[in-house]
Write a protein that binds this ligand. Structure first.
Ligand code: PLP
Length: 397
C-alpha cells in the first residue's frame, strides 16, 4: 500500500488557524478588550423567509408517503426540475440561455472546484492567479499537477490578463475575487476566452460572489462573453448569494458545446457525478429553488445590500485615510495595502493589539499577497462601524 505522496507537497494551511490562534491568545491575555473580527469569510445574516418557508414545506412533504422524496431524479444527476429551471431563469436575466442538461446541482462550489478535476488528465498545466482562494492550488497539488501562476499585483489592479507566451491547459478565474475583491469586466474576460480558445484550454470560472456585482459592465457569468460556452465551466454557489454556507447548495454549468479531444466534457462530468455523488437533499433543493423566486430574490438582495453597506463603510474609512485598496464595490472583500510598508503579519498584529480589530493577512493567499490585508463586509453593521472608527483613530496621521 502506498499513500498519495502528492499530499506531502501541500503546505500547511496555517492561515486561518494562525489568525484564530493569535486572536484567542490576545483575548486570553486581555479579557477586558472587545475584539471585532473583520476577518470572517462566512455570512452572518439568516436565511431569507421565502427559503425557510420552502424548506418547512419540504420537511412536511417528507412526512407523508404520497409526497416523500428519496433519491433525486436520475435525469439531471439528481437535480429537481424546479431548481434547475430557476437557475436557468436567473441566467436568462443575465442574457445567458442554458439547457437543463448543462446545470448540475452540487453541495457547494468548494466540492466541485476539487471534483471537476476528475475529468482532466494529470498532465495538464494549471494556471492559477496569485493571490487567490487556496482551494484551486491545493486540489491540483493533491492530484500532482504542475501549477503555474498568473501574477495579480497592485500594478494590474489584481486582475491579471493572459500572457500568450505562457502555455496553460486549465485556467482558474475567480471574479469577483476572493481575497482581493477585484472583478473583471465582460470586456476583460473576452481576452481570457480568446486566450483559452487559442490554447485549447478550459477555464474554470468561479462565480461564487457574482451577486455582489452591481452594474452591467462587470461580469456576473463568463457566459456573458460570446463563445465562452466552448471553453469554460462555471462554478457557483448559494453560499454567499443566499447565506447557504451551512445549508450547502451550489451549481456547476458544463456546456454541451464544450468538447475536448473529441469528447463532451458535459458527458464526462455527468458520468463522474452519477458515479461518485448521490445528489443534494430534497429539502435543500426546495429551499434553493425559493432563492430566485420574485419574493426570494427581493429578500436575498436585502441581505446583500446589508453587506454592501458594510463594504462601503470600510471603503469610506480607507478613502479618508488615503489607503490604497481594491474591492468593496462589486464584492464583500476589501483588499488594502498595509500602511507604512508593514508586511501582512506585522499589520495583523498592529491592528489586533492597537485597535482590537482582526483581519486576514494577504500573504496567506499567495506570495503577491505579501504587504496586503483582507477585510470582509460579512460582519454586523454595528461592528463594522465600530471597527472602522477604531482603525481611523489608529491610522490617522
Ligand atoms: N469559491 C470561492 C472563491 C470562495 O471564496 C468560497 C468560499 O469562501 C467558495 C468557492 C466555497 O463556496 P461553497 O460554500 O459553495 O463551498
Amino acid at each position: 500500500m502506498k499513500i498519495n505522496e502528492n499530499y506531502l507537497n501541500l503546505k500547511d494551511s496555517y492561515l486561518f488557524a494562525t489568525v484564530g490562534r493569535k486572536t484567542a491568545a490576545y483575548k486570553a491575555a486581555h479579557p477586558e478588550k472587545d475584539v471585532i473580527r473583520l476577518s470572517i469569510g462566512d455570512v452572518t445574516r439568516p436565511l431569507a423567509p421565502a427559503v425557510i418557508e420552502a424548506m418547512h414545506k419540504a420537511v412536511d412533504d417528507m412526512s407523508r408517503a404520497e409526497t416523500f422524496h428519496g433519491y433525486g431524479p436520475d435525469q439531471y444527476c439528481y437535480g429537481y426540475d424546479v431548481l434547475i429551471d430557476s437557475i436557468k431563469g436567473s441566467y436568462a436575466k443575465k442574457g445567458v440561455t442554458l439547457s437543463s442538461s448543462e446545470v448540475f446541482i452540487s453541495d457547494g462550489a468548494k466540492s466541485d472546484c476539487g471534483n471537476i478535476l476528475d475529468i482532466f488528465s494529470e498532465d495538464n498545466v494549471v494556471l492559477v492567479p496569485d493571490p487567490v482562494y487556496p482551494v484551486y492550488l491545493d486540489t491540483n497539488i493533491m492530484a500532482g499537477r504542475k501549477v503555474i501562476f498568473a501574477d495579480a499585483t497592485k500594478e494590474n489592479g489584481f486582475l491579471p490578463m493572459p500572457d500568450e507566451s505562457v502555455r496553460a491547459d486549465i485556467i482558474y478565474i475567480c471574479s469577483p475575487n476572493n481575497p482581493t475583491g477585484a472583478a473583471y469586466t465582460i470586456e476583460q474576460l473576452k481576452k481570457w476566452v480568446a486566450y483559452a480558445k487559442k490554447m485549447d484550454a478550459v477555464i474554470l470560472y468561479d462565480a461564487a460572489y457574482e451577486y455582489f456585482v452591481d452594474d452591467t459592465v462587470h461580469a456576473r457569468s463568463i457566459y456573458q462573453v460570446e463563445g465562452a460556452k466552448e471553453c469554460a465551466i462555471e462554478l457557483c454557489s448559494y453560499s454567499k448569494t443566499a447565506g447557504f454556507t451551512g445549508v450547502r447548495c451550489g451549481y456547476t454549468i458544463v456546456p454541451e458545446a464544450l468538447i475536448r479531444g473529441g469528447h463532451s466534457l458535459n458527458r464526462l462530468w455527468a458520468r463522474r457525478q452519477s458515479t461518485k455523488f448521490n445528489g443534494v437533499s430534497y429539502i435543500t433543493q426546495m429551499g434553493a429553488a425559493a432563492v430566485f423566486t420574485e419574493e426570494g430574490e427581493r429578500q436575498i438582495r436585502e441581505n446583500i445590500d446589508y453587506y454592501r453597506r458594510n463594504a462601503k463603510t470600510i471603503a469610506d474609512c480607507l478613502d479618508e485615510l488615503g489607503i490604497w485598496y481594491t474591492g468593496g464595490k462589486h464584492s464583500p472583500y476589501i483588499w488594502l495595502k498595509c500602511p507604512d510598508g508593514m508586511d501582512s503579519w506585522t499589520f495583523f498584529d498592529y491592528l489586533l493589539e492597537n485597535a482590537n480589530v482582526v483581519g486576514t493577512p494577504g500573504s496567506g493567499f499567495g506570495k503577491n499577497g505579501e504587504g496586503f490585508f483582507r477585510l470582509t463586509a460579512f460582519g454586523t453593521h454595528e461592528n463594522t462601524e465600530r471597527a472602522c472608527a477604531r482603525i481611523k483613530a489608529l491610522l490617522k496621521k
